[in-house]
Design a protein around this ligand. Structure first.
Ligand code: PLP
Length: 384
């Protein structure tokens, strides 16, 4: 049976061009901090990769800090910003984020809370878009950072990032946006959206795992989370992953070059998948379908099926999908994103299907058949 991978929001297959770029790097070696020829070659490769990624998002080379993941970049943005603020300010201080952030933002926000920050969580509408009304109140607290993602990883909804960034800039507050899911699918440019901090991750766009980046606009103060040498402007010490950075740069350029055509293709396939499944699965509902959303994510609520039984049955049927939210140590937790949208993810099981570069029209037709069949069977076995 031909397997169908519909979990591109979790990770994407490494692109051939990226693999080649990485392998080419790995035939050489050198520590970018060394002064000899090996070191200088490594340094040149690293800085060229940084320049190329910065170019894709309209940043300057020195404004891009490589990290070990998107998660680490989010932590550096939120916790690093909070700790830098606390160093120079009197009073309690606050950190602000939306209720639908990835745990890579929510967890450091909570950590800042344990370090004394007031935590303000902004709600979203039933369509999964930030309710900007609450922003003014949050800004009145003069927070160390406001973090609202560019696009949500569970339902794909796009957030009003330009408006948020402009409002925060005018209020003199640092705005961070997690663009991990948006990058390569939407136009993500820091010369158009005046954010102070922005997170990227390579493995969501056909690049390698183990590397992310944080855009840090000139003048934005951060406290490093890791202490060591002076690499990455002292913000992320540790010998740099040169090959991964080169792979990241290749993936970023390719994704950007193909972005518009690919987004249109994926949106057509996603719409077909949505229409096909709604027609075949009684009671299924789309989450986030009324808001502007990423072209590659479809999130459905399906009543009458157990979450784990559904995902495992789909896997057996050759469809790799996700419920969208993490299962921690085997325990199924309700989705905080759907809860924030006023949906009961315990009554109806969420199913996230995320498309990517390798998804074909044939695979979508096959996926509709297989998913509809699995839901029917799981429901029949449960006596629904
Ligand atoms: N932020 C969002 C919105 C994500 O979807 C993810 C990954 O799922 C991350 C952050 C974490 O990125 P990484 O896997 O590179 O740590």
């Amino acid at each position: 049976m031909e397997p169908i991978y519909l979990d591109n929001a979790a990770t994407t297959p490494l692109r051939d061009e990226v693999r080649e770029a990485i392998l080419e790097c790995w035939t050489d070696y050198g520590n970018p901090s060394s002064v000899h020829g090996w070191g200088r070659r490594a340094r040149n490769r690293l800085e060229e990769a940084r320049e190329r990624i910065a170019g894709v998002i309209g940043a300057r080379r020195r404004e891009l800090i490589f990290t070990g993941s998107g998660t680490e970049a989010d932590n550096l943005a939120v916790l690093g910003r909070w700790r830098a603020w606390r160093r120079t300010h009197e009073g309690a201080g606050a950190v602000v984020c939306s209720a639908i952030e990835h745990s890579a933002v929510l967890a450091p926000v909570q950590a800042a809370g344990r370090e004394g920050a007031s935590v303000l969580i902004l709600g979203v509408t039933n369509d999964g878009v930030l309710d900007t009304g609450a922003l003014e109140e949050a800004l009145a607290a003069e927070p160390a950072v406001v973090s609202v993602m560019w696009a949500n990883n569970e339902v794909g909804t796009l957030q009003p990032v330009r408006e948020l960034a402009e409002r925060c800039r005018d209020a003199g507050v640092v705005y961070h946006t997690d663009a991990v899911q948006a990058f390569g699918r939407e136009r993500v440019r820091v010369d158009e959206v005046p954010c102070g901090l922005l997170t990227l991750s390579a493995h969501k766009i056909g690049g390698p795992t183990g590397i992310g980046a944080l855009f840090v606009r000139e003048g934005v103060e951060l406290e490093p989370l890791v202490h060591g040498g002076g690499q990455e402007s002292g913000l992320r010490p540790g010998t740099e992953a040169v090959a991964a950075a080169v792979g990241f740069a290749r993936a970023a350029e390719l994704a950007e070059r193909e972005r518009e055509a690919e987004a249109a293709r994926l949106a057509r396939l996603r719409d077909r998948l949505q229409a096909g499944l709604l027609a075949r699965i009684p009671g299924a509902e789309v989450n986030g379908g009324n808001a502007p959303r990423l072209p590659n994510i479809l999130n459905l609520s399906i009543p009458g099926v157990d979450r784990e039984v559904l995902l495992m049955s789909l896997d057996l049927e050759g469809v790799a999908a996700s419920s969208g939210s993490a299962c921690h140590s085997g325990a199924v937790e309700p989705s905080h994103v759907l809860t924030a949208m006023g949906r009961d993810s315990e009554q109806a099981t969420p199913l996230r299907l995320s498309l990517g570069r390798t998804t074909t029209a044939e695979a979508i037709e096959l996926a509709i058949e297989r998913i509809a069949h699995v839901v029917e069977r799981v429901r029949a076995l449960a006596g629904v």
